[in-house]
Each structure stands twice: as structure tokens, then as C-alpha cells.
Design a protein around this ligand. Structure first.
Ligand SMILES: C[S@@+](CC[C@H](N)C(=O)[O-])C[C@H]1O[C@@H](n2cnc3c(N)ncnc32)[C@H](O)[C@@H]1O
Length: 186
């Protein structure tokens, strides 16, 4: 479940990798664009209008949010709503610019070689986020099993992979889980 999906890039990428995915966004125009692009690319991703505050509880094994928290007024509320949507043993993936996302650092990355079509977007992104990035200490308040940080784009952006305590859904039906009494043996 990709929340704040915009035109659906993350959702379409996940669908290509075999995930059954739904993208959710509060803006009907974004959902229209996401549906149009998905149709054009024959993607199996589906899309729905919705607000992060109204997500269903424990609805998905993976909940992702790329560049959503930074645009929310209530970042703590938004983060907790995303977290509630994750099933036990599942994963919350947050992708956000880091505090390294400054105009100066972005220009350095551009000078070191960035595909031409990405340059304007990165300049705009850096100007918009400089000094206004999400504080990653927030993720430590969730009581997660683990929080892993993966730097992207030379550290200007980060992926936080936040694992919820519990047995991953995919493992519930394994013989090992049966032996452990997670479900009754047939
Ligand atoms: C910066 S865009 C990121 C879009 C997309 N995730 C991406 O990485 O290309 C933020 C998106 O969050 C959506 N959004 C803002 N507030 C929201 C909310 N309360 N609930 C759901 N989506 C929201 C906006 O409509 C917008 O599409």
C-alpha cells in the first residue's frame, strides 16, 4: 500500500516486481493521473482516493510513503497512521530527503554527473526541502523491531525500512510456524 502515491511511480515499480499494490492519495487529480499511467503501462497497480488519517488498520504487509511525511502538517500523526496500516511482522518504508538535501549538496551531485532529465527536478526538490526535512528520530518512537537506513542519491535521500514486531504474514503458513504453534497443524 503506497500512501501519498502521487502519479503512482512507486506503486507501478512495486507492481512490476510482483507485489499486489494499491496506491492511495488525497488528491483526486493525482489518482486520475496514476490510473491513466497505470493503464498506459498495463500495470496491475490499482489506485484509490484516500487520506493517510483514514487508512485501514493492519491492511498491508508493506506500507510505503515517499515524500509524504515532509508535506504533512502533522508528521507524527501521519507516521502513526502509516504504522497502524502495517500488519504484524510487516514493513513500513519511508523515503524522504535527508538533512543533506541542500542546494549546495544537490549542485555537487549534479556536477558529478546526473542524467539531464533529473537535474531540474533535483534542484527544485533541494530548494523546497533545504532545512525542512523530516527528523528521522521520529521513527525510533514507533517501538519497531528494527529501523534500517539506506542512503540513496549520494545520501541526499534516505530509505528507512522499519520492521514491525510479529511474524511476517508470508511465514505464518510455513511448517516452522506450525511447529511453533502459530497456527494449528492441519
Ligand atoms: C511530494 S508528493 C509525493 C508523491 C509520490 N509519493 C512520489 O514520490 O512521487 C506528496 C503526495 O502526498 C499527497 N498527500 C498530501 N497529503 C496527504 C494526505 N493527508 N493523505 C494522503 N495523501 C496526501 C499529495 O496529494 C501528493 O500527491
Amino acid at each position: 500500500m503506497d500512501v501519498g502515491c502521487g502519479p503512482g511511480l512507486v506503486a507501478r515499480l512495486a507492481a512490476v516486481r510482483g507485489y499486489r499494490v494499491i496506491g492511495i492519495d488525497a488528491d483526486p487529480q493525482m489518482i486520475r493521473a496514476a490510473k491513466r499511467l497505470a493503464k498506459h503501462q498495463c500495470s496491475s497497480a490499482s489506485f484509490k482516493i484516500g487520506d493517510v488519517a483514514g487508512l485501514p488498520v493492519e491492511a498491508a504487509e508493506v506500507v510505503s510513503a515517499a515524500s509524504l511525511l515532509a508535506v504533512l502538517e502533522d508528521k507524527v500523526g501521519g507516521l502513526n497512521a502509516l504504522w497502524k496500516g502495517v500488519r504484524p511482522g510487516g514493513t513500513l518504508l519511508v523515503i524522504e530527503p535527508t538533512e543533506q538535501m541542500t542546494v549546495e549538496n544537490a549542485n555537487r551531485v549534479i556536477e558529478n554527473g546526473l542524467p539531464r532529465k533529473r537535474i531540474d527536478g533535483l534542484r527544485l526538490w533541494a530548494a523546497a526541502r533545504q532545512g525542512r526535512t523530516v527528523d528521522p528520530e521520529m521513527y525510533d518512537t514507533l517501538g519497531a523491531e528494527s529501523v534500517r537506513f539506506v542512503p540513496l542519491l549520494h545520501g541526499l535521500v534516505g530509505a528507512w525500512i522499519i520492521q514491525k514486531k510479529g511474524i511476517p504474514y508470508a511465514d505464518i503458513f510455513t511448517p516452522a510456524a506450525q511447529d511453533a504453534g502459530v497456527i494449528g497443524a492441519a
